[in-house]
Design a protein around this ligand. Structure first.
Ligand code: FAD
Length: 304
């Protein structure tokens, strides 16, 4: 049972409370997880983060700094947020949840179905944390290995280079379901040649996956983005996407079907009541192939 809710007005005060209080003590942000009866261990004292001023979004030459207490809806509504982050946040199920759920709480929970973590990972995000040892900035990928109990203060997104394109997509079985598959892809195109690819996939298995084998396979093909075909694809639907990437000799490579197969083979899927291994692998292939094509086209995302 919760016996106390503290309302510190500064980071230092919050850290002091966390250090001094005894028992099952947790930070409280939007409360979407911690107020659940399934949250374990149940808290008996809460430190509410609202008064800490961690709800700012700031842009400077280094990139974007998002306060940990920003809600998902705030990310979507703020003009400083890049489109690819807005798209990822918009994938979260509905406005009620997005109005309450904070980015900090979301990262600490680190759910495999997260709709926004894959995008933050391909964007090279890092997090700023405050604890008894002082301030640390660590890569988000490292933080997610063991989120720990320190105070997450901010998320930093490095300035996205003009030649980097990020796209995300998710698939859910019904409008009221968590994502069965969620993916984000970033590509770097220099003079139309794709020189870097990063693919992160969530929801399909017990853990989020980086598809390194697929990335390496695609990079070794030395393919380029064909702007003329990309342009025409906007009017002609999904089919022309099959021919929007070609290798340096102009040969079409790889087609959407081939991409799907490549991804499906590489993915590790866990069956559950929502889908078999075969289904999840197939859908993951479709999602990643589409996200990759959208990234090559310069589209930030799509939604399910
Ligand atoms: C009904 C429902 C539907 C959902 N749908 C989706 C969806 O479609 N897609 C999706 O990706 N996610 C979804 N989620 C997950 C949701 O995004 C997360 O629950 C939410 O982001 C958690 O943030 P919060 O602010 O509510 O955290 P809280 O519940 O307040 O806290 C969660 C945990 O994080 C800790 N914490 C919070 N803030 C900090 C901080 N700054 N520093 C350190 N520790 C902190 C708390 O102590 C606690 O351990 C859903 C959740 C629910 C309940």
């Amino acid at each position: 049972m919760i016996t106390n809710i503290f309302r510190p007005q500064s980071v230092a005060e919050a850290l002091g409370l966390k250090n001094d209080l005894k028992g099952s003590v947790f930070y409280l942000a939007g409360g979407t997880e911690i107020n659940s009866k399934d949250f374990y261990p149940q808290p008996d004292q809460l430190i509410f983060l609202e008064g800490l001023g961690l709800n700012q979004i700031q842009q400077d030459n280094e990139g974007l700094t998002i306060g940990a207490h920003c809600t998902m809806q705030q990310l979507i509504d703020d003009t400083k947020t890049p489109d690819f982050i807005k798209q990822a946040a918009a994938q979260i199920i509905n406005r009620n949840i997005r109005n309450a759920a904070t980015l900090g709480g979301h990262l600490v929970c680190n759910k495999p179905y997260s709709d926004i973590i894959p995008t933050l990972l391909v964007a090279g995000a890092s997090v700023e944390i405050e604890g008894p040892q002082g301030t640390k900035v660590v890569l988000l990928s490292d933080f997610l290995q063991a989120p720990g109990t320190d105070l997450l203060v901010a998320v930093k997104i490095p300035q996205v280079k003009a030649d980097r394109r990020v796209s995300c997509l998710n698939y859910r079985c019904s409008a009221n379901d968590l994502s069965l598959i969620t993916t984000a892809v970033s590509v770097v195109c220099q003079d139309r040649v794709v020189s870097e690819i990063m693919i992160i996939l969530g929801g399909v298995g017990l853990k989020r996956q980086r598809l390194l084998a697929v990335e390496n396979n695609l990079i070794s093909r030395n393919f380029k983005v064909d702007r003329a075909r990309v342009h025409s694809s906007q009017n002609e639907g999904i089919q022309p996407r099959q021919s929007q990437v070609s290798n340096l000799a102009g040969r079409v490579l790889p087609g959407v079907d081939e991409l799907q197969n490549l991804v499906s083979r590489a993915v590790e899927a866990t069956p559950d009541f929502r889908g078999s291994v075969v289904f999840k692998k197939y859908e993951a292939g479709v999602m990643v192939a589409q996200a990759l094509c959208r990234a090559c086209e310069g589209q930030a995302g799509g939604g399910s």
